[in-house]
Design a binder for this molecule. Sequence first.
Ligand SMILES: [Zn+2]
Length: 113
Amino acid sequence: MNCPHCNAESRVLETRQGSFYTLARRRECEFCLKRFTTVEIHQPVFCTAKPRAKAYAKTVEQRAALVARDIELARRSHEGWQKLAKEFNLERSSVFYGARRGRKYIKEQRATA
Ligand SMILES: [Zn+2]
């Protein structure tokens, strides 16, 4: 990954596990020494999420975050929508639709993995 400031090569300082199916890497440019973060998402998840999340998410990072949120909503749907709505700051319908999309991503991810 090249530096967004000067386009030189960068090196990875740290890799963190993000929410489901994502990795965040802290990088440093070898030339200008500026630091930046990149987010990786599992490709099948990203591809299946694209048409649905496109309207709301403009960047790859936003899209990855939305997919991760929906998958988390699906996995934790047994905890009840009230709790999840509060925790994720969503309306009731968004919790339901999010969890439904999340279940679909999980199913598609299993099918293509
Ligand atoms: Zn640079």
